[in-house]
Design a protein around this ligand. Structure first.
Ligand code: ADP
Ligand code: MG
Length: 342
C-alpha cells in the first residue's frame, strides 16, 4: 500500500495523527489480520474527518496486537496510563444512595458496556453474513435471560424510527447520519442485522451491531446510578455465560474504538446544569479534575439542549467498574454542589 501526502488532514488533532509517523505507517501498512483488516482501513475515518478525536478503529481483536505500535500509544494517552497497561475488572454490587433524591438536577442515569464476540470481525470490518450470524447468536443468548431482563427484539429494518419505543432511544440510536461511523465502515448494509432488544420495563436493553456487536445498556429516569449499575452487572454476568467476548489479558474487553476497551464501560447521567452552563470554563475544569467527560444531550458530538449535559467517566481501562461508579458519584456530587452554590 503506497500512500503519498500527509496521512491525516492538517487540522487533525486525532491521537492517531499524533502518533502515526510516516515511517511507522510504512512499516505496518502491508500487514493484514486473519480477517483481512489493515492499517489503511483502520485510519479511514480519521482521514476523512479532521475533527476525529481518536482517528483509528479496530476491525477485529487481532488489530490490537498486529498494529500495537500505533494502538498502544493511543490507548495509554487516552486512558491516561503511566505504568504498564493493566486491565482491572470488578463488578461488585454497590450500596449507595440516590445522587439526587429530590430529582432537582438528574434527569436519568445510564450505564453501558461495549462487547464484541471473539469469533467475528468487529462492525467496521464485518461481512454481511457474519453480521447476521452475530445477531442470531446474541438473540439466542438473550432468550435465555430470566425476568425482569426478559423482553423483545426490535429489528431496525422492520421498524420506522417513530415505531421504536421512545424509552429505548433517549435521543438517537443507530444514527445512519454519523459521518465518523460512516467513514469507518460501520454503517455498511444498514439496517440489516441491526436492532434493539428491550426488557419489558425498558430499563435493560441491548443494541445489536451498532459500533460494536453489543452495547449492553441499563438506564432509568432517576439519579440512582448505583441501582442502574447493579442491574447492568447482573445482566452482564448472565450474558457472559452464553457468549464469548473478545478480550485481551492486559487490554481487557476489545471493541471497535480504542477508547472503549478495558471495562468498556461508560456510566453517566443526564443532568440539568443551567448555571454551570453559563460558566463553561469552570465546568470544564471541574469535569477534568474529576475525570469526567461532557457530551451533548443526544450523544457524542451533539449539542447541549435545555442545559442537559451527559456527564460520564472518561477512562475505561486500568480502573475497575466499581471504582468508575464510585469516582463518578463523587464527581457528580461536586457538580451539583457547585450548581447549587452559583
Ligand atoms: P455511547 O456510544 O457511549 O453509548 P453516545 O454518546 O453514542 O453513547 O449516546 C448514545 C445514546 O444514549 C444517545 O442517544 C444519548 O442521548 C443517550 N444517553 C447517554 N447518556 C444518557 C443518560 N444518562 N440518560 C439518557 N440517555 C442517555
Ligand atoms: Mg456511541
Amino acid at each position: 500500500m503506497h500512500v503519498t501526502g500527509p496521512l491525516f488532514p492538517e487540522a487533525s488533532c486525532a491521537l492517531a495523527a499524533r502518533f502515526l509517523t510516516r515511517a511507522l505507517f510504512d512499516r505496518l501498512a502491508m500487514r493484514k489480520t486473519a480477517t483481512g483488516f489493515t492499517l489503511p482501513l483502520a485510519i479511514q475515518s480519521g482521514q476523512k474527518n479532521h475533527d476525529s478525536s481518536i482517528g483509528i478503529y479496530a476491525g477485529d481483536a487481532e488489530s490490537y496486537t498486529l498494529f500495537r505500535e500505533i494502538f498502544d500509544p493511543v490507548i495509554t494517552s487516552y486512558h491516561q496510563i503511566t505504568g504498564p497497561v493493566r486491565h482491572t475488572g470488578e463488578l461488585a454490587l454497590l450500596d449507595t444512595a440516590d445522587l439526587d433524591p429530590d430529582g432537582d438536577f438528574i434527569v436519568s442515569s445510564r450505564v453501558r458496556v461495549a462487547r464484541n464476540l471473539a469469533a467475528h470481525a468487529f462492525p467496521p470490518h464485518i461481512s454481511r453474513q457474519d453480521r447476521q450470524c452475530v445477531e442470531k447468536q446474541i438473540l439466542d443468548a438473550l432468550k435465555l435471560l430470566p425476568d425482569p431482563l426478559k423482553g423483545c427484539y426490535h429489528p431496525m429494518g422492520e421498524l420506522e424510527p417513530e415505531q421504536i419505543p421512545r424509552e429505548c432511544l433517549a435521543g438517537r440510536a443507530f444514527p445512519p447520519g454519523d459521518r465518523f461511523q460512516e467513514a469507518a465502515g460501520i454503517i455498511r448494509d444498514f439496517p440489516l442485522s441491526r436492532g434493539i432488544y428491550t426488557s419489558e420495563d425498558k430499563k435493560f436493553m441491548v443494541w445489536i451491531n451498532e459500533e460494536d456487536h453489543l452495547r449492553i445498556i441499563c438506564m432509568e429516569r432517576s439519579g440512582h446510578l448505583v441501582r442502574v449499575f447493579n442491574r447492568l452487572a447482573t445482566a452482564l454476568e448472565m450474558l457472559g455465560q452464553y457468549l464469548v467476548f473478545a478480550a485481551h489479558p492486559d487490554l481487557g474487553y476489545l471493541n471497535a474504538c480504542p477508547t472503549n476497551i478495558g471495562t468498556a464501560m461508560r456510566a453517566g447521567v443526564h443532568i440539568r446544569l443551567p448555571k454551570l452552563e453559563k460558566q463553561p470554563e469552570m465546568m470544564k475544569k471541574l469535569a477534568r479534575d474529576h475525570g469526567l467527560q461532557i457530551r451533548g444531550t443526544a450523544g457524542e458530538k451533539t449539542q447541549v439542549t435545555g442545559s442537559v449535559f451527559d456527564i460520564s467517566n472518561f477512562r475505561r481501562l486500568g480502573v475497575s467498574e466499581t471504582r468508575i461508579i464510585q469516582d463518578l458519584s463523587f464527581g457528580i456530587a461536586a457538580l451539583i454542589k457547585k450548581e447549587k452554590k452559583l
